[in-house]
Design a protein around this ligand. Structure first.
Ligand code: GAL
Length: 414
């Protein structure tokens, strides 16, 4: 549906009592500053302006959003919260418990969100039964991206097991190609780690270890093997990986300097923004193993004063879940629409695979929240795990020591 300014104004008049003449304003905090991300957020900015809104952009660069979340804390503590914030997973409920989130149930109910959102995802958007966030998309985390001509030139197929991945990497390394493009930032280490946990342990193990924080799973032999594989992967990364941004790692795959990247499908947004074609220039495959790790971006509205800001929040929430935005934004972002009623006709083969795998995994119980992208755990717990993963990746710590440290760190974070 395409909204006209007139339709938007009457919608606001309906949903914002006493603010019929308020002009929607929004200061929007987000971390979408890489090529594909920026193109995607521009879609929202444009729709907001076309519907009479005034957008104040507050981008805080830094993949994964760590810097953005630090900026948010500072703003809220100083009593000057932004209108709308890119926020997701249990962090939504954590902020709700601080008493600083606005209730957007009136928009959700008027727009029938309950009918068009998958139940498991809708749950993440609720705080004690009320709607407190608007979902943007579904990103899949467990992907491998590859440069097709590099694989072809070396006679390599997309790996379907971790052993195949390792064999391919050895071959590439011998041929002078960097096997794995990686950025040494803790959230990127965590991203790779969780795909290995899923791949080697399977969906049930992932659930026990990284969602339920079960000590038996955390200290198991399987977890030792996971750290062994992390050590192996460390050997496939080039010497300059430390601190590298994820999109620069994607660029290494694009230009053939490296063969693979393990990263969520925001990496596809980068390939697409650079004019690369899936199946021709680059390949996508889910990381070896069963299951699907989801990462749903969403926006939460913070308690603010002023009818113009409240009108901005309502308009933004409505547009975000609207079908046109869901299509255009996600075509740019690399993700798939969170609405179940948006056609995928214009989407590429990676998006279609994501959607099919998501449905299948929801049916067989292997649709799992990403721990690395803040969907599974509260900040204290996920932070404790990530610290260990990064400490192991950046040292010669043994897998056994890493497992002990992991179990202790998790126990101490509870
Ligand atoms: C994720 C986020 C994605 C993408 C990525 C890299 O956590 O959900 O939308 O932006 O970080 O910045």
């Amino acid at each position: 549906m395409k909204y006209t300014a007139k339709a938007a104004i009457s919608a606001i008049a309906l949903t914002v009592a006493g603010a019929a003449h308020a002009e929607p304003q929004a200061e929007v905090l987000h971390w979408w500053t890489a090529g594909g991300e920026a193109k995607a957020v521009a879609v929202l900015q444009q729709e907001f302006s076309e519907n009479g809104g005034t957008w104040t952009d507050m981008p805080v660069a830094g993949g994964g959003g760590d810097a953005a979340m630090t900026a948010l804390r500072a703003r809220v503590l100083s009593g000057n919260a932004p209108t709308a914030v890119q926020l997701k997973g249990p962090a939504i409920q954590e902020w709700y418990e601080e008493g600083v989130l606005a209730d957007i149930s009136s928009v959700a109910e008027a727009e029938g969100w309950a009918d068009v959102l998958p139940a498991q995802i809708a749950e993440h958007m609720k705080c004690e039964g009320d709607w407190c966030a608007a979902p943007v998309n579904v990103h899949r985390v467990d992907w491998i991206w590859a440069n097709k001509s590099v694989l072809d030139a070396n006679g390599i197929e997309m790996p379907t097991t971790w052993d195949e991945f390792n064999a391919a990497a050895e071959k590439l390394q011998a041929a002078g190609v960097i096997p794995l493009a990686h950025g040494g930032q803790s959230w990127q280490d965590a991203t790779v780690f969780e795909t290995v946990v899923l791949g080697l342990g399977g969906p049930e193990f992932f659930q026990k270890a990284l969602v339920d924080l079960d000590q038996e799973a955390l200290t198991s032999d399987t977890m030792v093997q996971v750290f062994d594989q992390m050590r192996t992967l460390r050997g496939y990364v080039d010497d300059n990986f430390s601190g590298r941004d994820w999109n620069l790692a994607t660029a290494m795959v694009m230009n053939g300097e490296a063969a693979f990247q393990i990263m969520g499908d925001w990496a596809k947004g980068e390939f697409l923004a650079a004019g690369k074609v899936p199946g021709e220039d680059f390949l996508c495959a889910s990381t070896p193993g069963e299951g699907y790790l989801y990462n749903v971006d969403s926006f939460a509205m913070f308690e603010v004063d002023g009818d113009d800001k409240k009108a901005g929040q309502d308009l933004l929430a409505k547009l975000i879940v609207g079908p046109n935005f869901q299509k255009v934004f996600n075509l740019n972002k690399g993700s798939i629409p969170v609405r179940t009623d948006v056609s995928l006709d214009e989407f590429d083969e990676c998006a279609v695979k994501s959607s099919e795998d998501m449905k299948a995994s929801a049916e067989n119980g292997s649709l799992l929240p990403s721990y690395a992208h803040g969907m599974a755990l509260r900040g204290a717990q996920s932070g404790a795990i990530t610290d260990v993963v990064t400490a192991h990746f950046n040292s010669d710590m043994s897998s056994e020591d890493a497992v002990k440290m992991l179990a202790d760190a998790v126990a101490n974070s509870m």
